[in-house]
Design a protein around this ligand. Structure first.
Ligand SMILES: [Zn+2]
Length: 689
């Protein structure tokens, strides 16, 4: 799982999201000094009443959400910086007149084909036409099954990037097998919804009913723009079909239960357990006829969706396919479609008034489709060997801190401790950039063909992923590009990635006091390491095999303590009618508590007994906690915040900062007293590791 919500996701999804994506900030000048930013504090707020505002109140007062963003924060400020650097690299690539077929040429051609709006307008709907004609030509459910199979893409990732959403009927993820960690195995996931989650279809609040009415009008408008007659009637049927699909879907909280996901199905099982869809045709369309076994993440959804293929009229399914195609590719179609897509997904769903400038969307697209090609240049330019060495030293201190914490646990059985330490021993920690780069030689990029470039990219990724099924696992493979401002734990590989773009100020600054570095990036590193042992990590052993290596007593204790944390988060209420879902965000909240605890130990170990330097009048411990709190500086529009609460396994930033209330050292460092709003009595603080 990753450390925070990311703006960029898998290629196809990015496409859909391109015009409205979240999370970028206006450029802020870097602080003149290194370490915590005192101008961002609000000394008028007591840390014990509202730590988030204490650490970020100054920033909150100075910062406005730019009109083209749903939210703004530290992550997004860095994202902007990475974007600026990246567009520079792209422009350099274009100017160097690179040879045909080279990565630099592909980068230039892809970006330029996106930027050439004139050419896109001139083509009108021509790029869509052959695909819409293919859908129109479907004569029966057998052909429908084949077409649905042809639409399967490698666009979900339930464990590394926690992306459970695909608007295709199903999505595939190729990863080490739950019980065969040495070989790539196919995982199939539920799909078929265009809105972000089942709750958008099923929740009966007034707010959601309103969203649905606007969504239906939007579907009709997209169909009309794509040249369909009878658009309102078609839209009504499409939304009804999606509603029926949503009823079969598992919730996000259920999706995160790995034990429910481990369902090995043969091809015959699909026909027996999920009748309706012609599975032989579906797998033939997907090029997977030879694949004998799959792991089906949500069997109930597969049975339900397959039955809908049989029961819902063919024409409704064809309209659903056509609408999904248009929506997914709207970002690379003429302006009328781009704008209508943004009007709903950007303005309505996220509350963002304006689209981001086209060049920024172009950078995101290029990063999504040629991420390693860009990243290779980015890492060379922007990640120094010294930065890598210093980050390496922090990681070593943090791993040592975890070892000590595991040894000191009084509730964990000795055998469990031994396996936990074995996991630390085999953990691969990638810093900055991967050891090998993705080979794009089979990805064809053409000048002036953005639609085709995007279409081929999603197929390229699909063939790349499916092509390695059954083959040996590369445990050092990365799941994020160097220019991504985020970090990730890859449970099936027992590996972590910390991209170059997060290993920079304000998260990490080789010039800053250790207190600030450990509080900021150290807690992020600790967060990712702790996923190795949390509810998810406890289900994978040191080889990445799905095996519960905890004793029932260990698990019982863990469940009891973490239930207390879920309750703590359930009580946070960003809206009168909506509270944080403690269960949905539990794994991430555990990781935050564990991450800051280990970072604190690692920080003290790094001092080697010497006194911590005071900066701006703040002690080392104070700097440590303030730096942690400043990680979460963030402002979101209400609609975007609502979407996050409903669909994100991470709690809103404010509550992530306030988790310091579970750490004893925070009380003494910031002199927090009983009666203050965040105060918890010692036995009310959640202690996990
Ligand atoms: Zn996480």
């Amino acid at each position: 799982m990753k450390a925070t919500t990311t703006p960029a996701r898998a290629a196809v999804l990015v496409l859909l999201l391109l015009s409205f994506l979240s999370g970028f900030a206006q450029e802020k000048s870097q602080p003149a000094t290194h370490g915590i930013n005192v101008a961002h504090l609000d000394p008028a707020v007591k840390p014990g009443d509202n730590f988030y505002e204490y650490a970020n109140g100054g920033w909150l007062k100075q910062t406005e959400i730019p009109p083209d963003r749903p939210s703004v924060g530290v992550f997004s400020t860095l994202f902007d910086l990475a974007n600026k650097r990246t567009v520079g690299l792209i422009e350099e690539a274009a100017k160097s007149n690179p040879p045909a077929g080279s990565n630099a040429r592909k980068i230039a051609d892809l970006y330029n084909s996106y930027m050439d709006e004139g050419a896109i307008e001139k083509k009108v709907l021509e790029p869509l036409r052959p695909h819409l004609q293919a859908i129109a030509a479907i004569r029966d459910k057998r052909e429908l099954a084949r077409a649905l199979g042809e639409g399967l893409r490698a666009d979900v990732d339930p464990l590394n990037n926690t992306n459970f959403h695909t608007s295709n009927l199903f999505g595939i993820w190729t990863a080490p097998g739950f019980e065969d960690p040495d070989h790539y195995t196919p995982y199939l996931l539920q799909g078929g919804l265009m809105l972000p989650d089942r709750q958008y279809y099923l929740d009966n609040s007034e707010h959601m009913r309103e969203v649905r009415a606007k969504y239906q009008a939007h579907v009709a408008e997209m169909l009309r723009l794509a040249g369909f007659s009878d658009a309102p009637a078609r839209a009504a049927r499409i939304v009804e079909l999606e509603h029926n699909i949503a009823e079969k879907h598992l919730s996000l909280a259920e999706n995160q239960d790995i034990h429910k996901a481990n369902n090995l199905w043969t091809q015959a099982d699909f026909t027996a357990k999920a009748p309706g869809l012609d599975w032989a045709e579906y797998f033939a369309g997907a090029g997977l006829s030879q694949q004998k076994k799959f792991i089906v993440w949500q069997p109930v959804a597969f049975s339900g969706e397959s039955a809908l293929v049989a029961s819902v009229p063919l024409d409704t399914w064809k309209d659903w396919m056509a609408y999904h195609l248009v929506e997914r590719y709207a970002a690379v179609l003429p302006k009328a479609l781009v704008d209508e897509n943004f009007a709903f997904f950007g303005k309505e769903l996220l509350g963002t008034p304006q689209q981001r400038p086209r060049w920024q969307r172009g950078v995101m697209l290029t990063n999504a489709l040629l991420g390693d090609a860009v990243g290779q240049i980015y890492a060379k330019r922007y990640f120094s060997p010294q930065a890598k060495a210093e980050a390496q030293a922090m990681v070593s201190n943090l791993i040592a801190a975890f070892r000590k914490r595991i040894d000191a646990l009084d509730w964990m059985a000795p055998a469990t401790k031994a396996e936990a330490k074995a996991k630390l021993g085999t953990l691969y920690v990638g810093l900055g950039y991967p050891e090998t780069w993705r080979d794009y030689s089979k990805y064809e990029v053409r000048a002036n063909d953005i639609f085709g470039n995007v279409w081929r990219a999603s197929l390229f990724k699909y063939h790349h992923d499916v092509g390695r099924l059954g083959g040996p696992v590369d445990r050092h493979e990365w799941s994020m590009t160097p220019q991504t401002v985020n970090a990730v734990n890859l449970p099936l590989q027992n590996a972590l990635n910390f991209p170059a773009a997060i290993l920079q100020p304000p998260f990490f600054d080789p010039e800053a006091p250790a207190a600030a570095n450990y509080g900021a990036i150290g807690s992020v590193i600790g967060h990712e390491i702790s996923h190795t042992f949390d509810t998810e990590g406890s289900t994978f052993d040191s080889k990445g095999r799905l095996r519960n290596w905890w004793t029932p007593a260990d698990l019982q204790h863990f469940d009891k303590v973490t239930a207390q944390l879920a309750k703590q988060y359930d009580a946070y209420q960003p809206f009168p009618d909506l509270h944080v879902n403690g269960q949905q965000t539990l794994a991430e909240n555990i990781a935050d508590v564990a991450g800051i605890s280990a970072a604190y130990d690692g920080y003290h170990a790094s001092l080697q007994g010497k006194p911590a330097p005071v900066q701006h009048g703040f002690s080392g411990d104070q700097q440590f906690f303030i730096a942690f709190g400043q990680n979460w500086a963030s402002k979101a529009r209400p609609a975007a915040l609502r979407q996050q609460v409903l669909t994100d396994p991470h709690a809103p930033a404010e509550y992530r900062a306030d988790t310091v209330r579970n750490i004893d050292a925070w009380y003494s460092a910031l002199k927090v007293k009983p009666g203050e709003k965040l105060y918890l009595p010692p036995d009310g603080r959640v202690r996990i590791w």
